[in-house]
Design a protein around this ligand. Structure first.
Ligand SMILES: C[S@@+](CC[C@H](N)C(=O)[O-])C[C@H]1O[C@@H](n2cnc3c(N)ncnc32)[C@H](O)[C@@H]1O
Length: 223
């Protein structure tokens, strides 16, 4: 029988992220990720104005997106990460909104309030498959019909997939971090209500992490 996700283990990730981001200022660096650069090009081409960023961390992609001219709302459940973003926003005089929120719950925004959603390495956090489906439905709700999602997730081709402690639902814990490794099937399943426009694989960091970047559009006739 496969391992059932243990709620208390998954819940503990929040304080783990807080302490990790507290101990590592600019943990992922200050340069925009390859994902943010690709998303910026796509969002510009589609005339996007407002962007919801989920799992913003310390904002390495938040500020490049803001500098590119998008009105960014950065969401994370780490108060430490959000405090870093707010501090940088003051330093840079950047108009970035922040929101403390656990994406396993309803997103605290009205229907159809964003043109696009950007999310680098949040989907592959300690979220069960059921929670990912709920998140997909919530993103659909807060996006305008025809709105775009650009997300990335570590994949089952990643060197850490299948390694460490199994946590159920293709989640594995290594070095205190629980990661949900995405199969091509999961990418397809999460596209319910969306049309997949593009997907590409890329690597990041020293391991390297192996990721998939997926661009989807909320179906214009979806209401
Ligand atoms: C791998 S980091 C990526 C940070 C940022 N996107 C980057 O690439 O620099 C994942 C982020 O997601 C946040 N996170 C994880 N689970 C979350 C949840 N359930 N709700 C909100 N944020 C979450 C963590 O606090 C962390 O900042």
């Amino acid at each position: 029988m496969s391992e059932q996700p243990d709620r208390s283990v998954l819940d503990a990730q929040r304080s783990h992220w807080d302490s990790t981001l507290d101990a590592n200022t600019d943990m992922f660096g200050l340069e925009p990720s390859e994902a943010a650069q690709a998303a910026t090009a796509r969002f510009r081409a589609e005339g996007v104005g407002t962007v919801l960023e989920l799992g913003a961390g310390q904002g390495r992609d938040t500020f490049p997106l803001s500098e590119a001219g998008f009105a960014v709302t950065a969401v994370d459940y780490s108060e430490i990460g959000l405090a870093r973003i707010q501090g940088r926003a003051r330093e840079l005089d950047a108009a970035v909104a922040t929101c403390s929120c656990d994406v396993r719950e309803a997103l605290p925004f009205p229907d159809a309030s964003f043109d696009a959603c950007y999310s680098h390495m949040l989907f592959c956090m300690a979220l069960t498959t059921a929670e990912l489906h709920h998140l997909g439905a919530e993103i659909r709700r807060v996006l305008t019909p025809g709105g775009l999602v650009f997300y990335t997730a570590r994949t089952t081709d990643d060197a850490h997939s299948g390694a460490g402690t199994t946590r159920g639902d293709d989640m594995f814990e290594q070095g205190g971090f629980v990661v949900h490794f995405f199969s091509p099937t999961l990418v397809e399943e999460l596209a319910e209500g969306f049309e997949i426009l593009d997907r590409f694989e890329f690597e990041e960091g020293g391991l390297p992490r192996r990721l998939v970047a997926v661009t989807m559009r909320r179906r214009p006739d979806d209401d």
